[in-house]
Design a protein around this ligand. Structure first.
Ligand SMILES: [Zn+2]
Length: 256
């Protein structure tokens, strides 16, 4: 068996993360047999932009509830290792756990479930949430109506048929281009635009790595990666961190 790939400490590491990284907090993933879509099919229709504003109670219930689960649990070993390695993060997650772990450079492609915004895209009102249970904005510490324009408020997550946040998307592309090692964690990376970022990164010279305990069999997906590590990210990423620290700090016990 060949030794597992590890980034060299001098290499610029960029990480793209998805739901799998937060799964052990109890936050459900969307796809798959145990995913939220399978468990409550009506939810999927509520996630489409054209269901607004009737879908607001479902959106508050689902996203507020998920954010509360994530916040109560806190970041995982994988989140902490990424933060301590100082790697910039591109994430499909909306739970804020990268920031909670200490990551400062986080591009959130799918928005933030821990913030409320106005349903009117031209209104710039926003506020942090205190996620709880329930299907009203007030249950999560936000007003139901925008204090600026009086429109309904909503969780700041990207719904189907909505544009991704432009700033996060262009930052993600710049990060992919700048990486020496581009690691995809907790997502198969099959959903656009995340699916385009690993190939973009490789085109610009990066080594691409997929870390997934159950990586996709699809050879087309795997072809985007130089290395596929079929192991638990919560073991692989702390191992990478120790490898980096061990190379820069000879006094650190590499097995500690
Ligand atoms: Zn407003």
């Amino acid at each position: 068996m060949t030794p597992r790939f590890r980034p060299d400490p001098s290499q610029r590491l960029v990480v793209l993360t998805g739901a799998g990284l937060s799964a052990r907090t109890g936050v459900g993933t969307f796809r798959g047999p145990d995913g939220l879509w399978a468990l409550s099919p009506d939810l999927e229709s509520a996630m489409h932009a054209d269901a607004l504003p009737g879908s607001l109670p479902a959106l508050w219930r689902v996203w507020g509830g998920m954010t509360k689960v994530a916040a109560d649990h806190g970041p995982t070993p994988g989140h902490y290792a990424i933060a301590r390695m100082g790697a910039p993060v591109i994430t499909q997650n909306v739970d804020g756990l990268h920031q909670a772990a200490g990551s400062r450079d986080v591009s959130e492609l799918h928005g933030r479930a821990y913030a409320a915004v106005c349903i009117d895209p031209d209104c710039t009102w926003e506020a942090p949430l205190t996620p709880g249970g329930g299907d009203r904005a007030e249950d999560h510490g936000a007003p139901s109506l925008c204090p600026v324009c009086g429109s309904p408020t909503r969780p700041d997550v990207v719904l189907f048929d909505e544009m991704l946040p432009e700033a996060a998307l262009s930052r993600a592309q710049a990060l992919a281009i700048s990486a020496d090692v581009f690691a995809v964690v907790g997502t198969s990376g099959t959903v656009f635009p995340a699916a385009a970022l690993a190939p973009l990164s490789r085109e610009h010279g990066a080594t691409t790595v997929l870390i997934d305990i159950d990586p996709p069999r699809d050879p087309f997906v795997r072809a985007a990666f130089d290395h596929v590590i079929a192991e638990d990210a919560h073991q692989v990423l702390p191992d990478w961190e120790r490898h980096r620290d061990g190379a820069t700090n000879p006094f650190l016990d590499p097995f500690g």
